[in-house]
Ligand binder design. Structure first.
Ligand code: AGP
Length: 589
């Protein structure tokens, strides 16, 4: 939800490194930003409401520092103003924080009773104050962090500076992501890989409640018993360039254009005419798919395909509901968790709930080594690379590609025909990505209500297309089962109401056209996206998408919807990569 980063080293100016890192993490939240840097044995804090550019305008970059931490915020506690922005400091401690301390109010009361005063309304200031409070009793930083790690309930990734030890940067995490990256005579902390990729692709992952003591030469990690633990050095597969815009106006457009290679890389990792690197899933006769947002929409596609072609019942639920519902399991139930970031709090909580019931779990995740990936019994990584735009495109496409693979695996479909179709998908994607949809987006961008209708698997695609449009163009849109519209919602259709109608299933074409004519008769402006070559006066715009095997059809059909959403948002002058109120990874509940 927020982005934190930090640097300690001899080679670079910590201020530059931290600000560059924050700019790479801005997709994680951009309500405010701040930096704390050490100069002449003093900790200095600069922080500002709004985007990082506002913070940069307050910084003198001629100042040289070798230790700094930074934060870009998606507000959870307290409005997104300057006082509530991070870093927060109290006594000897200055910290940045990603996550939520759920018991912060009871801790705040205890601290007030011990004479502390507060400036902000944040949980993070309470956490910082509690560190100072415990430290004032034991005068030992490691013991302090170990003790608070057990007191704080909720989620946290902290970057910590203590003025009694300015030769070290400390880090501590539970549930919220935090990586420690290793350079030569310098080390970094960050919420996510893009913040450090320009410097190094080597990093280690902290496990829950581990403490890292970091200086320019070494990183020492302690477990909950304050014993030193050895950590594996990981290498990120992508490059810094691959996580930057590379000439595209927006990350979202770049990432859509990466979809042909993302599909190829994802498929090739698990199928080359035979299956590989897929766990044995054949014993399961009941599947639950749990996810949020677009990942949930990918799960709906998975449900449709697995039920139809593998003949296994599938139950799909949003994670924030699933974790509180009464769900039904048996020994052959498999719970599949889908998550691009691998850190979504509700999805992670659902995973942990299911594991407590000793149910097998498979996660479909994009970020290697993320919490959901590490805590699942099995993991199938999507190969989408770094996805920076808050609105997911290539990662969603990779998720539905994995569901096609899983369906093929469960139905033992490795026919020559499907392999040939798979091999042709990247070319077809290139074709439809390079079609200009601006004649459509220019017709609809000024509308305030837009409808998406479809039947069967097309309805699942409509849900994703509608979310894309909503989240980046701020236009209210809704996806509806085409056959359901006349049971109420059609009352909202009036002259020029845009209706995007999908039909890629020939068996549903006639009925879908009837539904289209119903809205057309009431004045709707119809955008008909279909594999059919039928012509008629029941639509205003028609987009023909190539007909492919139904397992792969969603991969094709979603692309025009992604690009139309992009064009509409651009016409509306929206911040496409960083839409208001959103963040890339929702690590709070
Ligand atoms: C997608 O465009 C949204 N940004 C959002 O719905 C996202 O899919 C959802 O928050 C789940 O994120 P995850 O895949 O990282 O778990």
């Amino acid at each position: 939800m927020c982005g934190i980063t930090g640097y300690i080293g001899k080679n670079k100016n910590a201020i530059n490194v931290v600000i560059n890192g924050l700019e790479s993490l801005e997709y994680r939240g951009y309500d405010s930003a701040g930096i704390a840097y050490v100069l002449n044995n003093k900790v200095n804090i600069i922080k500002e409401q709004g985007k990082i550019v506002n913070l940069k305008n307050k910084i003198d970059f001629n100042i040289q520092s070798n230790l700094a931490i930074g934060h870009t915020r998606w507000a959870t506690h307290g409005e997104p103003n300057q006082i509530n922005s991070h870093p927060h400091s109290q006594g000897k401690f200055t910290i940045v924080h990603n996550g939520i301390i759920e018991n912060y109010l009871e801790l705040k009361q205890e601290l007030i009773e011990n004479g502390y005063k507060f400036k902000s309304s944040t949980d993070t200031e309470v956490a910082c104050t509690y560190m100072d409070f415990i430290y004032s009793k034991n005068n030992n930083i490691l013991k302090t962090l170990n003790e608070v790690s057990k007191v704080f309930r909720g989620s946290y990734a902290f970057g910590i500076i203590c003025e009694d030890d300015l030769d070290n940067l400390y880090a501590l995490r539970k549930t919220s992501p935090l990586i420690i990256a290793n350079g030569n005579n310098e080390n970094y902390i960050a919420s996510d890989v893009p913040a450090i990729l320009r410097y190094t692709n080597k990093y280690i992952l902290l496990d829950d409640m581990e403490i890292a003591k970091i200086n320019s030469d070494k990183v020492v990690v302690y477990n909950q018993n304050l014993e030193i633990v050895k950590k594996e050095i990981l290498e990120f597969e992508g490059s810094f360039e691959s996580s930057m815009k590379c000439g595209y106006e927006h990350f979202m457009l770049k990432e859509i254009h990466e979809e042909p290679s993302v599909f190829k890389n994802t498929i090739n990792a698990y199928f080359d005419g035979d299956f590989k690197n897929i766990p044995d899933l054949t014993k399961y006769n009941n599947i639950h798919i749990v996810a949020c947002g677009s990942a949930y929409h990918a799960g709906l596609v998975g449900k449709y395909l697995i039920e139809k072609y593998a003949n296994i019942p599938v139950y799909v639920e949003v994670a924030s509901e699933y974790r509180y519902k009464h769900n039904f399991y048996d020994k052959d139930t498999l719970v599949i968790l889908v998550s691009q970031s691998g850190e979504t709090a509700d999805t992670l909580a659902s995973l942990r709930m299911v594991k407590e019931k000793n149910i097998d779990t498979l996660s479909i995740v994009n970020v290697v080594g993320s919490s959901i990936a590490r805590e699942s019994k099995y993991v199938i990584y999507t190969k989408a690379g770094c996805e920076i735009a808050v609105a997911t495109t290539k990662a969603y496409l990779a998720q539905i590609s994995v569901f096609a693979l899983i369906t093929m695996y469960l139905s033992n479909n490795k026919s020559k025909e499907i392999l040939e179709e798979i091999n042709n998908i990247p070319n077809l994607l290139e074709e439809i990505i390079n079609i200009d949809y601006k004649n459509i987006s220019s017709e609809i961008y000024q509308n305030q209500n837009i409808f998406f209708i479809g039947r069967g698997i097309d309805y699942s695609i409509c849900m994703e297309g509608s979310l894309k449009l909503k989240e980046i163009s701020y236009i209210n849109s809704v996806a509806y089962q085409a056959g359901e519209l006349k049971h109420g919602t059609i009352s909202l259709i009036e002259k020029n109401t845009p209706v995007v109608a999908l039909c890629t299933d020939d068996s549903l074409l006639e009925k879908t056209i009837s539904n289209i004519k119903e809205v057309k008769a009431r004045g709707a402006k119809v955008i008909f996206i279909t594999t059919s070559d039928i012509e008629g006066d029941f639509y205003d715009f028609k987009v023909n998408v190539p007909k492919v095997n139904e397992l792969l059809q969603p991969i094709i059909t979603i692309v025009p919807l992604q690009l139309i959403a992009y064009d509409v948002a651009k016409l509306n002058g929206c911040d496409i990569d960083k839409p208001r109120n959103l963040a890339k990874s929702v690590t709070v509940e």
